[in-house]
Design a protein around this ligand. Structure first.
Ligand SMILES: Cc1cc2nc3c(=O)[nH]c(=O)nc-3n(C[C@H](O)[C@H](O)[C@H](O)COP(=O)(O)OP(=O)(O)OC[C@H]3O[C@@H](n4cnc5c(N)ncnc54)[C@H](O)[C@@H]3O)c2cc1C
Length: 385
């Protein structure tokens, strides 16, 4: 089944909702680098951000396939799920590895939108993609951990109540394996800001509400440790597969947006006395974008189905994200080219989407690191690092 045919009712509802948030809404937010609060509140109220939360915790209990349909339609409509997509998958770490008490305390409130769980704190300025070298350290002190360190590119931190934070609890040198000795803490940002946590926004080429975080002896109750101390790296890995698949579905949505717009413009715009879309020099790049995007969408569907079946989908999640991000970027480039000068005008939304979709070749994981994963994990080639 093609991804456009899955979950038709959900897709239709998302499209209707998105129609209330036209290009002019996103252009204004983009200009001011403002958070799309109204859009996020509407998606939350309609239950779209809690589809992955089980019914026992007041969510819809649907699988990742449904979540990909939602985000794809958000992006195909010209909107941007980057403002809130983490609310869908960050809770997975809590759901899979949290205690019953933690799940009962937080998940129903996340499902209702009373608590925003939008922030996922992994990346640090010095370690980059080499996550085992993170330096943010949590030292046990009575019933608390005391956290010191720094994170970078932590998106939506200013618009979240809770953050899933990866820290070291044992120095790397003292661990048998470099991926040991890391732990996951659930940080209540409402209590932390000003008491050891400072958030500094970073202005970027797209409107993404990303920030830098500084931890200066922040006290976090030990009761907020998720799972066992020292096993945090494993806990966040499965969440990262969900993240990659969901972001791949956003790229598929972006790609479809670009192709829809390019086709409509190519049919309508007449130069030299005929529609530009009659020229194969215009047709073929759009057709190639369609071919690439269709193939990428199949890989997204496959990865989501494997995730939902509880299978190990690390390689497929990575491949889906790489193919989808490259397909959307190519589609964006061709859409811009098809529009000639008008593609650069803010009011057409193409230059904004072009900037937005470029992010996904770098975050949440860059293309080289995906190739490295496939080379070493799927093909058994020797590790280079
Ligand atoms: C807008 C934005 C939002 C983000 N949101 C979040 C968030 O919410 N939470 C979070 O934790 N992080 C977030 N990130 C961080 C993001 O996941 C990282 O930027 C990304 O994983 C790349 O890491 P880096 O920037 O440290 O690049 P580096 O690791 O410094 O890599 C730089 C370049 O070198 C390449 N490279 C590095 N090592 C190798 C190698 N061995 N072989 C070949 N190539 C290599 C990389 O592929 C990359 O192209 C965000 C980033 C951005 C820009």
């Amino acid at each position: 089944m093609s991804s456009t045919e899955s979950f038709p009712e959900i897709r239709e509802s998302v499209r209707r909702l998105c129609a209330d948030f036209p290009g002019t809404y996103w252009q204004a937010k983009d200009r001011d680098r403002a958070y799309p609060t109204e859009f996020v509140e509407t998606l939350t109220r309609e239950g779209f951000l809690s589809v992955l939360i089980p019914e026992d915790y007041s969510g819809s209990g649907l699988g990742l396939g449904a979540a990909t349909a939602i985000l794809e339609e958000v992006h195909r409509s010209g909107c941007n799920g980057g403002a809130c997509h983490a609310q869908m998958y960050v809770m997975g770490t809590l759901l899979k590895h949290g205690s019953d008490a933690q799940k009962a305390q937080y998940l129903p409130a996340v499902a209702s939108g009373d608590l925003r769980l939008q922030a996922f704190g992994v990346t640090e300025p010095t370690s980059g993609t080499d996550t085992t070298r993170i330096r943010t350290f949590a030292r046990k002190d009575g019933d608390d951990y005391i956290v010191s360190g720094q994170k970078i590119w932590i998106s939506r931190a200013e618009h979240s109540d809770l953050m899933v934070l990866l820290v070291r609890t044992t120095p790397r040198e003292e661990c048998l394996k470099s991926s040991d000795g890391m732990s996951v803490l659930l940080v209540d940002m409402r209590e932390a800001i000003g008491k050891g946590l400072t958030i500094r926004p970073i202005r970027t080429m797209l409107n993404h509400a990303t920030t830098e975080l500084f931890f200066d002896d922040l006290r976090v109750p030990a009761a907020n440790l998720i799972g066992e101390e020292g096993k945090g790296f494993r806990y966040i890995l499965s969440g990262m597969n969900a993240e990659r698949i969901l972001i791949a579905s956003e790229c598929i949505g972006d790609g479809r947006f670009f192709i829809d717009r390019a086709v409509a413009y190519a049919k309508d715009r007449e130069v030299f006395g005929r529609p530009i879309g009659q020229n194969q020099g215009i047709q073929f790049p759009i057709a190639r974008a369609q071919v690439q995007l269709s193939a990428a969408a199949l890989m997204v569907d496959k990865a989501a189905a494997m995730f939902d079946a509880g299978e190990n989908c690390g390689t497929e999640a990575n491949m889906a994200k790489m193919l989808a991000s490259e397909a959307s970027w190519y589609a964006g480039d061709q859409c811009l080219q098809t529009h000639g000068g008008f593609g650069f005008a803010e009011e057409y939304d193409i230059e904004r989407k072009f900037r937005e979709t470029r992010l996904y070749q770098t975050a949440p994981i860059s293309t080289n690191l995906i190739l490295s994963h496939v080379a070493t994990h799927a093909l058994g080639l020797p590790k280079s690092f």
